[in-house]
Ligand binder design. Structure first.
Ligand SMILES: Nc1ncnc2c1ncn2[C@@H]1O[C@H](COP(=O)(O)OP(=O)(O)OP(=O)(O)O)[C@@H](O)[C@H]1O
Length: 266
């Protein structure tokens, strides 16, 4: 269970990125975060991922306050969280196989992690993770020989290999063409559904948020503008969220959005 109460984040320069956020996300939920640029989506994912300490309110991840844990326990919590970023932090000279196997470095004893960096110990496992993404033939290529979209899929393969209890994906499809974007969103959801784990993803592709995820949270100016099942999110509400207009009961009562009208919002 993830719970946030009166949560706020102000960065060192005083910029308030989150303000008064109350949220509860049950195990196994698949949640999309949408909202305009600067709304606070990345900041929220960093707080839930126990990599950014809130400056106000409370956060609990897997039932515990990460910031009350010992260093070792915090490390162990982080190792159970799988993260996927817009620009995956993969060393350019690393081989694809090593990048995928890095998904389990935090779960392996030190000797095994070090050995795997020198010589990949589970080539079959890496191949299996790449297979559904159509990238097995790139297994021994260097990561700097891949396109941005291929790197994003390597990051997904690493996540699938890690098998984390909580998946946090920050704009996981930003570098992909529409067909690949959908296939990655589907793969993330299928994996989470099959393993019964929680998935939270920020997306500018609103159509994917509505079609692939069960619950959609609209963020704006660091606050929750709406939070409801995807099937109940209306076109007017989405338009209002991005236009800076009030998002309220009127939008809530609107007809469900025709999915074909919703396209990628920058
Ligand atoms: N390290 C930082 N220092 C200062 N301000 C920051 C920092 N990171 C983010 N912010 C600010 O916090 C606010 C929320 O940023 P955040 O990256 O969480 O938004 P976002 O919804 O993920 O945006 P995008 O869709 O553009 O990625 C913005 O006003 C941003 O400028």
């Amino acid at each position: 269970m993830i719970s946030l109460a009166a949560l706020g984040v102000a960065y060192a320069d005083g910029r308030r990125a989150l303000d008064g956020v109350d949220l509860s996300i049950a195990p196994g939920e698949r949640v999309a975060l949408i909202g305009p640029s600067g709304a606070g989506k990345t900041t929220l994912l960093r707080v839930i991922g126990a990599s950014l300490r809130p400056t106000a309110g409370h956060v609990r991840v897997d039932g515990v306050d990460p910031w009350a844990l010992s260093g070792r326990a915090l490390q162990s919590l982080r190792a159970r969280i799988g993260k996927m970023h817009q620009a995956p932090p993969i060393p350019p000279r690393q081989r694809v196989v090593t990048a995928v196997l890095a998904g389990r470095l935090g779960q392996w004893p030190l000797w095994r992690a070090m050995a795997s960096l020198v010589y990949p110990l589970d080539i079959a496992g890496a191949r299996a993770a790449l297979e559904p993404l159509g990238l097995t033939e790139r297994l021994f290529d260097r990561c700097d020989q891949l396109s941005g979209g291929q790197l994003q899929r390597i990051a997904l393969a690493r996540l699938l290999y890690q098998q984390p209890k909580l998946v946090l994906a920050d704009e996981p499809v930003s570098a992909l063409d529409p067909a690949l974007a959908r296939s990655v969103a589907v793969a993330l959801n299928d994996d989470a559904r099959r393993r019964g784990v929680t998935l939270i993803a920020s997306l500018h592709a609103v159509d994917l948020a509505l079609s692939e995820f069960a619950r959609v949270i609209g963020l704006r100016d660091g606050r929750v503008a709406f939070d409801r099942p995807a099937a109940q999110v209306g076109q007017a509400e989405v338009d209002a969220l991005y236009a800076g207009a009030p998002v309220g009961d009127a939008a809530e009562a609107a007809e469900p959005a025709p999915r074909t009208r919703l396209t990628r919002c920058a």
